[in-house]
Design a protein around this ligand. Structure first.
Ligand code: NAI
Ligand SMILES: O=C(O)CCC(=O)N[C@@H](CCC(=O)O)C(=O)O
Length: 489
């Protein structure tokens, strides 16, 4: 247990707000406990970041990058310990948390490339002068992270923000404070100067205090659509502040005319149930063609889903799914399953909460074909709704019938069908014969509609971490050969 949990202006200190804790959802044991940052500590963190900004932003790019590279090396050296902390706090199996640390390590090199490619310097000759495009950091930015990737997703904002010269106040998910503390200690070890990266731990009150602080210049948020929409309202009328929102989805996956049934089922399972369905990119709605071919896919999916191994993060052999983030979240999945059945859906695979004290829940499938009033909600867990269709156009129309627009995919043998789907589907990630999860850090990552606000992250995070400055520059001034009308010299 730790008490110095806030990192403000280069110093660790205890929070002055109320106590909160994190629980290992696989074992129902306490992992971490500490006091939250109160308003005065959020204020100190923002002021420290403001004070550190002039020096950090005017350092050379290479100096800033060197610290990020050292952080990346330290992640490598501490990979196993960090993966274990992630597993304890989230319930995710170790194979998966190791992958998450790997993604964090890779983020630095990718962000360096993205910075140079998307926000580097461009020089053009013009008569008697040169035209430049350069980029400057915004200033103090707040970074909010979700619990499902407590390392990788906030890291996807923090690294490009720091590389670009911003200073950061990081507010992690209250469900994963230990991962945040571990990570920020590595930044400290990497030599991040005082005030450049600050950590304020706490629950929603801490988040509210930070987002409302008048001295932040921007906020980079990954989390639920509800919170994202609240932040968007809060930032209304503030065009001077940059807001990047990465939110949830109600993502569709269409299956039509596939010859390799097992390969299709594997792609469905990877799309719907990886991370116990706790990825914003997970498939929530599966459209399967009516008839024998579709039935063969569905039957095999039901069979494979029933056999998915759900177990402790340390179990050997490793399970595909670990516990969900909390016992409450797992119970919520069973409730959501029952609600779909109450609305008229047919349960094909029942979601079962293993016990009321842990987050273990088995993956579920409900056939909701022809059922009206299915809520357009993101059930953030391993629950898949099935829709049978006869015409592809109807499936695409229904797939688009959502306020969200994060990821979408089609599993089909012929390219023409994919091209048609691509043209008509609305989403920020559109895949063919691949899972719709597992988005690359080397590509833009974001959604439309209620999934985001057109400020895609991952490779495009560079875009919201600085603003462009256009300059026309001449070493000497000279009089033009022809004066504008009405001027006399
Ligand atoms: N599109 C994307 O890139 C991703 C989106 N997500 C989404 O994140 C969600 C799961 O993450 P959660 O941690 O539950 O999200 P959340 O919205 O509950 O929390 C995210 C952060 O916002 C803070 N917060 C909550 N209410 C606030 C308020 N009123 N004012 C200021 N701050 C507030 C929380 O303390 C936390 O730090 C899912 O909906 C998922 O789809 C998750 C991963 C990736
Ligand atoms: O941010 C990046 O570097 C790439 C995006 C990414 O890692 N996406 C993951 C997880 C995000 C989520 O769904 O919670 C994915 O697409 O699986």
């Amino acid at each position: 247990m730790s008490s110095s949990v806030q990192f403000i202006d280069g110093c660790w200190s205890a929070g002055k707000g109320k106590t909160f804790s994190s629980i290992d959802p696989a074992r129902n044991t306490a992992v971490w406990s500490g006091e939250s940052a109160d308003d005065s500590q959020v204020e100190s963190a923002v002021i420290a970041a403001r004070k550190a900004f002039p020096e950090w932003s005017t350092r050379s790019f290479d100096e800033r990058l060197a610290i990020c590279q050292r952080f990346s090396e330290l992640l490598g050296e501490n990979k196993e310990d960090l993966a274990r902390v992630m597993a304890e706090e989230t319930g995710k199996p170790l194979w998966e948390t190791r992958t998450e640390v790997g993604a964090m390590i890779g983020k630095v090199a990718i962000s360096e490339r993205a910075y140079k490619e998307r926000t580097g310097t461009v020089e053009n000759e013009m008569p008697g002068a040169k035209a430049f495009i350069r980029h400057k950091p915004h200033g103090v930015v707040a970074v909010y992270g979700p619990y499902n990737f407590p390392g990788h997703l906030p890291n996807g904002h923090i690294v490009p923000a720091l590389i670009a010269g911003n200073t950061v106040v990081f507010k992690p998910s209250e469900l994963t404070p230990k991962v945040a503390e571990f990570t920020v200690k590595l930044w400290e070890k990497a030599g991040i100067p005082a005030g450049v990266l600050n950590l304020v731990q706490g629950e929603v009150d801490t988040g509210k205090a930070l987002s409302a602080h008048p001295q932040i210049d921007g906020l980079y948020f990954t989390g639920s659509s509800n919170t994202g929409h609240l932040l968007h309202k809060q930032f209304g009328g503030r065009p001077d502040k940059i807001l990047a929102l990465e939110m949830g989805g109600n993502n569709p996956l269409i299956v039509t005319n596939v010859s390799d049934v097992d390969a299709a089922v594997h792609n469905i399972v990877q799309s719907a149930y990886i991370t116990s369905g706790q990825r914003c990119t997970c498939a929530r709605r599966l459209f399967i063609e009516a008839g024998e071919k579709g039935q063969a896919v569905l039957d095999r999916l039901v069979e494979v889903t029933k056999n998915i191994v759900v177990d402790d993060y340390e179990a050997e052999p490793q399970p595909f799914m670990g516990a969900m983030i909390s016992a409450k979240a797992a119970a919520g999945m069973v409730d959501a399953h029952n609600e779909l059945v109450r609305l008229g859906g047919k349960s094909l695979v029942k979601s079962t909460h293993r016990d009321t004290q842990t987050g273990f829940v088995t993956p579920g499938i409900v056939d909701v074909t022809g059922v009206d009033n299915i809520p357009d909600e993101e059930y953030f867990g391993p629950l898949l709704k099935v829709y049978r269709f006869t015409k592809l156009d109807d499936a695409i129309k229904e797939a688009n019938n959502t306020r969200y627009g994060l990821s979408a995919g089609i599993l089909c043998d012929d390219e023409e069908t994919y091209r048609y789907f691509f043209k008509h589907i609305r989403a920020g990630i559109v895949n063919w014969n691949k899972p719709i999860t597992g988005a690359s850090s080397a590509a833009p990552f974001g959604g439309i509609g209620a999934s985001g606000n057109h400020r895609a992250s991952a490779y495009y995070a560079a875009d919201y971490c600085s603003y462009p400055v256009a300059s026309v520059e001449a070493e000497n001034q000279s009089m033009p050969e022809i004066l504008a009308p009405g001027l006399k010299f």
